[in-house]
Design a protein around this ligand. Sequence first.
Ligand code: ARG
Ligand code: ASP
Length: 722
Amino acid sequence: MKKTPVCLYLWLWLLPASVQAQGGMWLPLHLEKQNEKEMRAMGLKRKADDLYAPNRPSIKDAICQFSGGCTAEVISAEGLLLTNHHCAFSALQRLSSLERNYVEEGFWARSREEELPCPGETATFVVRMEDVTALALQHVTEGMSERDRQSQIDKNIAQIRANARRERWQEAVVRPFYHGNQYFLFITETYTDLRLVGAPPSSIGKFGADTDNWVWPRHTGDFALFRIYADKDNRPAPYSPENRPLRPKYFLPISLSGVEEGDFTMVYGFPGRTDEYLPASAVHQIAEVLNPTRIAIREQTLKILDRYMRSSPAIKIAYVARYASLANAWKKWLGERQGLRTYGVVGKKQAYEAEFTRRISNNPTLNVRYRHLLPRLNETYREIEPYAEARENYLETFLRNIQITAAIANVASWLAEYEKGQIGTFSARKTEIMERMRAGFTGYYLEVDRAVFAALVERYAQTMRPEWGGAFVRQSAEQQGGFDALALHLFATSVFTDSMRWNNLMSLPTPDSIARVLQRDPFLLFWRGVSTPYNEIIGPKWQELQGTLSLLQRQYMAAQLEVFKERRFFPDANGTLRLTYGQVRGYSPRDAVRYEFRTHLDGVMEKYIPGDYEFDVPQRLIDLWKAKDFGPYATRDGRMPVAFIATNHTTGGNSGSPALDAYGNLVGLNFDRVWEGTMSDLYYDPAICRNIMVDVRYILFILDKYAGASHLLKEMKLVKTK
Ligand code: ARG
Ligand code: ASP
């Protein structure tokens, strides 16, 4: 056999690695340095500085963070803004009434005058970003305590913000990256006059609802349209009828050409949070201890909510959003745990750590600096485990699943002001407390919450250590004759469970008289029984160990950057602007099963269940499908595309992010990930991690053919690339 030179093997090995997506949420500022070459090899037809430029319009100027938790993008010269239906959900809910249910029926403004103001919704653009690591870490020294270090950094950051060059309507924000090894400054602009332009009915925008959530194949038209308004100088301004549509620095052209398997795509947006650099021991803890705790608690809650929602249409309306949000994270944790197990992530991380250890032990300097890291991380994760589990149990039970205790916790912190003698603060907060309680009583069904309470406190008594509150809960139940009896007793007698009793209490004349009633309230006393061990033992110990962990994680991150010089590391997501890129690709979730990359309207019809709350289809859409009235939006083989998947590395917060083609044209709207790959927040595996996008042609089709909103299409810039 002829000998092949070693360098050829090396080259062959490097090539596929260099043109295949490996995940990553990259800093727009560093694309040229870190990614441009690879992106171009994968198909990008633009330059890195077309994507991000600080001093001239670039694609980044079309992207904004939407209301803090999602992403949106400008798609016309008149400030038209595209995001997900599920990101617009709360705005739709607030604008709806029984007569005009925009969530169910959708909404289309026929003119600018009909666009609906949405107080509370915001659009934040990044004007520019800068690496300010050196300034942020000035006077920070190795031997400093964590507390001194942080207070020095806080001072530095205050300086950086004060000195930042910006216009008076702009903001300066500094955020840590790479676990506190780097800092970046962001100059941002936030528009607050947003108006609803259009949204499809839930039977399109939320088609498949919770059953299809996190699952491929998917058939949801998860989109909504807003418009940004600005003052006469095109600057951010509070709502005013005088405001005008924003004239954006840049807006995205929309491609009618669609994508095919293997095509290059990128997703530009604001991913919220990932933890890609945890040691194996921490991943194991998430998969086997923390996730199971959260999952078990939510499972009980969801079962109870479901039972009540099915029994009463009024309860269903009141709880549908709460159910969706509890179920969303629940289902993700399940998928995450399963993915971590199936794909052996703990083992892969252990192999990586073995390589880390091998490398440092070959280098005396690195060895001295870093050899303690993994053993100490492992030891600290072991030490924190019981506290982390108890904390999860406590927070999940009392602050996220049971509604009434979350409200009581808030009132208890208010009462604490009184007990500390801060009567002024106590009185000042009264309005806020009353407002929160009033909001809490709307759409609140006592019998639902009471059933959740009874089930979850029973679980709490079984799972929480006796000395950490488990015994207290058990004894409380025994005194009343069981958990149901305890629930009945507390819900029947407390000021928190009855708006009349509560309002009477609030009308008492003095802080003393209010405090005296609160201090004797049986539910408040119960709350103190469970929260005291948390506040005195679990919380502080967790905090202390978490402090140690964040120090160790910072050092471990720095060590990885130094030890694996040949690798590129992206910083964990932290709610800041990132670009991820990959290729359109199907995947194989298990033996003999292969998923294709695109779904079609035919698939909507396959799933159609008349009258069902998740899988109903509007008649008009059925008619369009039957008539094949797809206009110019169909695929080459004459089918209507709905959604597609690709290897872009995304997470929560990327919802509403634009998917762009090689030229930077909008081809899709990101809204989810596939079930088998939800572990990508902890470990991205290109074999199975996929993001899910609505095909932009489906959005155009719905606007044009379904909603008859051709006036909106006229605003857009539609292009063809093939
Ligand atoms: N799973 C997606 C995300 O994490 C979509 C959630 C909205 N859809 C739903 N059925 N809850 O946000
Ligand atoms: N559905 C998520 C969001 O709302 C996106 C994801 O987690 O993939 O941001």
